[in-house]
Structures are given as C-alpha cells and as structure tokens.
Design a protein around this ligand. Structure first.
Ligand code: FES
Length: 326
C-alpha cells in the first residue's frame, strides 16, 4: 500500500543557497544508499512545527546522486512552518526521510517535450531535463520567475540545454505566452508542467484552447499555492456538529488527525486523493489546491483534499465517507 511509507534516519550533509529565499538541502539516508529513483520523485521529510512532529513532501532535484537526496526549499513567510524548520537546521542535523516515490509518468516515445516551470516548480523538472537530454530528445524548458535573481538552477540548466532554455522574468516584462508556446508545438508533443496553481489553471486553459488532448499535459503543483490567501477557517463535522478551527499555518488534515479523526493520507501534496473528505455544506468558499480533482469536480465542491485545500468561512464535512466512494 502506497501510504505505508518506508522511513529512514538521514543526515543533512550540505546546504547551498540557490537564490534569495531558496536553499538546497542534501539529505543522505543513514542506512541505505541512494538508489536511482523515478523521474518526478518526491520524498517526505519529518519536520517539527511548533514543537510537534509533522511531515512535508519535497520534489527531488535532478537525477539520483550517491551523496544524497537534493531538495530545494523556498522559505515561505505564508508557510505552515516546515520551511522555517528546515532553514533552521545546520549541517550534520539528523532527521527522518522516506524513500522516493513518483506519480509522474513520462512517455519516452514523444517527438517533442516542452517543460514549463513556475518558480520553485523547477525542482522536479531539472531531472526530467537531464534524462531527456541524455536520450537526445527534442526538449525545451520555459521557466517563469518573478525576477532573474530568484531563478534557481539557471546555470545548471543553461549548461544542459543551451538556447533550449528560456527564462521569463516578470520584473523585466518578459511574459510567458502559454497559448503561443503551445500552438507552436508539433503534433504528438507533450508538456510537463510544475508551478503554482494559478499558472497551472492558465496552462490547462491554453492547452485546451489549442485543441490538445488533456492527457498530453502532465503536471504537478505545490499545495502551498492557492487562489485565496491562507487564513484560519472552521471545519464542522456533520452529525456531532463539532467545530474545529484550522489555523493559517496548519493543514486541515493535520488538525483533524490531531483532534482524533482519522483521515488517511499518502502524498500530502494534493496529488493522490487518499485524504479526500466529503463536503456537506460550505458557508464561504473552498480553495481547492490539489491536482487530483478535475475542474468540474472542484466546481461541484462535493469533495476536497484535506492535505492541501483550504477554505474561507465554515466547511461542513462528513469524515466517514472515504476516497473509495469517488
Ligand atoms: S494525501 Fe494525497 S492528495 Fe492528500
């Protein structure tokens, strides 16, 4: 079962500042070597938030390397505390990690690959770019950032891709025109996307407007990005009427579990749907931050992924119905 994670103690062997607010951490498991892992893999990392154990999930950067797993963590002011904890660690620190897992499927037979990254979404795509380049594939990478100085891994990517890398810096008025980009791709091309939710919405709309098959756009996002600002909201449980407040810096999943309501979870990134809960009523607005449900399902507001999605107001849920009712 995917949600039985294989945890191992690990040591933080090095850190490297990549850009203002983005730090790379290399974590070496203590009791097994870093074996090759699938592209787009992520690991879970045990963190302490407010003195309590918690779990965060991070994409692995690049292909497997013997010195350890590389993750890149943006210090998010609006975060739930995981990034602050990792940024507080010094070299030699001990923490627990899982072995890597991946939900990303890469079809190696495509005539053209277009990689699109927004901000810290570059992390899973670096390894994809490395693998495709090694195979001699027709690959380009389009990397949108707020400012060039905030772009991580640009030198590594430029050495790998040359002029097949394009960086779009918003503060230099360089805008990534997704419609134009997608229209220029050959038939049979596939897009692999990782970026914030708003950018993913734009990518999906542009892809559909080009008449492309939805399955030819693969994507990941990060659960910290939503359409609404993170603010405290209430969860009301149908039946008991119990109300639980989800603070700005904690997930609904963690708060419900801490209150004794057992919600299963796996990826904790809004990708697998294991943490799905049924929504009975919403007084306010749900901010779906997952990539598991379709746009139509999100619009219906009948279910949400408790690991990443949030709300404004009060959301009434039924915790007894599980994801297998989907
Ligand atoms: S645990 Fe995977 S979507 Fe929530």
């Amino acid at each position: 079962m995917r949600f039985q994670d294989n945890w191992s103690p690990a040591t933080l062997v090095s850190t490297r500042d990549l850009a203002p607010g983005i730090r790379e951490f290399t974590l070496r498991p203590d009791d097994y070597p870093c074996a090759p892992y699938a592209l787009g893999s992520h690991i879970k990392v045990g963190v302490l938030v407010g003195g309590q154990p918690d779990v965060r999930s991070y994409s692995l950067v690049g292909e497997a390397e013997p010195q350890g797993y590389r993750i890149a963590v943006r210090l998010a002011e609006d975060s739930r505390g995981g990034s602050r904890y990792l940024w507080s660690l010094q070299r030699g620190a001990h923490l627990d990690v899982t072995s890597p897992t991946s939900l990303l499927q890469v079809d190696w037979q495509r005539p053209q690959y277009c990689l699109v990254a927004g901000g810290i979404g570059i992390t899973p795509l670096l390894g994809v770019a490395q693998a495709l380049t090694r195979k001699g594939a027709d690959v380009s990478l389009h990397y949108a950032v707020r400012s060039r100085r905030e772009a991580a891994y640009v030198e590594e990517l430029a050495a790998l891709l040359g002029n097949r890398l394009t960086v779009y810096a918003a503060d230099e008025q360089q805008r990534l025109d997704l419609g134009r980009l997608f229209n220029g791709l050959s038939s049979g091309a596939t897009v692999l996307f990782c970026g914030p939710m708003r950018m993913l919405d734009a990518a999906r709309s542009a892809w559909s407007a080009c008449g492309r098959a939805p399955t030819d756009l693969s994507y990941e996002t990060f659960g910290s990005s939503g359409r609404l600002a993170s603010e405290p909201f209430k969860v009301r449980l149908r039946g008991s009427g119990e109300e639980i407040v989800v603070p700005r810096d904690r997930s609904m999943l963690d708060v419900l579990n801490a209150a004794g309501h057992e919600i299963m979870a796996d990826c904790r990134r809004g990708e697998c749907g294991v943490c799905t809960v049924d929504v009975v009523d919403i007084a306010g607005e749900i901010d779906h931050r997952d990539v598991f449900f379709s746009e139509a399902q999100k619009h219906e507001n009948r279910k949400l992924c408790a690991c990443v999605s949030r709300a404004h107001g009060v959301v009434t849920i039924d915790t007894l119905e599980r994801a297998d009712a989907l």
